[in-house]
Ligand binder design. Structure first.
Ligand code: SAM
Length: 288
């Protein structure tokens, strides 16, 4: 059964009386080579468990099941569960769970798999909720090896932007704290049914087992990043003093200069290391 064949997809949807649900971001892949490329590149270790978010009718799930030890697939749409039983029935290493990933207790679901070996994430993510899902995965503290996601190309450019570039945003800095992102390839809108309005790209994030940058206080670190990008037209002293109201603007400027920057610098020019150093100094000042 070729689950990327448009005729087959339509037949399966009709067989189970289903329509593509826009509210769940249902754009299914119709190019088998793309599905194989994603499955091939999401992980180096065949003994891994793969957490798939949004299996749809199971096209990527099957390829993952062929390559890796276990696949745990979370699907929000109840209507697709019987479809997945039909398309994945022959795979003993696949567990399908009917849950919203945003509400799911990933710790509890994945604990038995982390005991067995490495766990990675692989997903063709629904566009409407890309960033919240990515943040949930990163903030979960779960030791995922890789997170490979297909997302809107524009978001991929942002995630993989080098510091200082025009595409760089708060999410870029936050992501680079957790791991190293890499854009693998682009997939044009014509490779999906229904076709979305924009092209997609596949991004693989290799998470650091041990983070190379260790801020004194994570909350201050994230607050510094958020402040710097929320007010990105402002210079850094202005942007930070809007948020760190208990430190005077003069002191903030002095801290920025003591970290080796011009007072006129903008936040987007800073690397993760720069943000950590700066947030450490701000944290120490708030503790005084
Ligand atoms: N993996 C399939 C493919 O590549 O053809 C489908 C990908 S489609 C872009 C996104 C899938 O995520 C849909 O099956 C949708 O129902 C599911 N989904 C949407 N929101 C979800 C959520 N919050 N939790 C779990 N699954 C979700």
């Amino acid at each position: 059964m070729n689950l990327c064949d448009i005729k087959t997809i339509k037949q399966i949807m009709a067989m189970f009386s289903l329509n593509f649900r826009k509210e769940f971001g249902q754009n299914f892949l119709t190019n088998h080579t793309v599905v194989e490329d994603i499955a091939d590149n999401c992980c180096d270790n065949a003994h891994s468990t793969i957490l798939e978010i949004g299996p749809g009718i199971g096209s990527l799930t099957r390829e993952l099941a062929e390559r890796y030890e276990n696949v745990v697939a979370l699907e929000i749409d109840k209507g697709l569960i019987p479809v997945l039983k039909y398309t994945l029935g022959e795979y003993r290493n696949v567990t399908v769970i009917n849950e919203d990933v945003m509400k799911a207790d990933l710790d509890a679901i994945l604990a038995p798999y982390f005991e067995k070996g490495p766990v990675s994430v692989c997903a063709n993510l629904p566009y409407y909720i890309t960033t919240p899902i990515l943040m949930k995965l990163l903030e979960s503290g779960l030791p995922f090896e890789n997170i490979t996601i297909m997302i809107q190309s524009e978001v991929a450019d942002r995630l993989c932007a080098p510091p200082g570039g025009k595409d760089c945003g708060a999410i870029t800095a936050v992501l680079n704290y957790y791991g190293s992102p890499e854009k693998l390839f682009k997939v044009s809108a014509g490779n999906f049914i229904p076709a979305p309005k924009v092209d997609s790209s596949v991004v693989r994030i290799r998470l650091y087992p041990e983070k190379p940058v260790k801020p004194l206080d994570e909350a201050t670190f994230f607050k510094t990043i958020r402040a710097a990008f929320e007010q990105r037209r402002k210079t850094l002293p202005n942007a930070l003093s809007a948020v760190f109201s208990d430190i005077s603007k003069e002191d903030i400027t002095e801290i920025i200069v003591s970290c080796g920057h011009e007072p006129t610098i903008r936040g987007e020019k800073l690397s993760v290391e720069d943000f950590a150093k700066l947030s450490d100094e701000l944290y120490k000042r708030t503790m005084k």
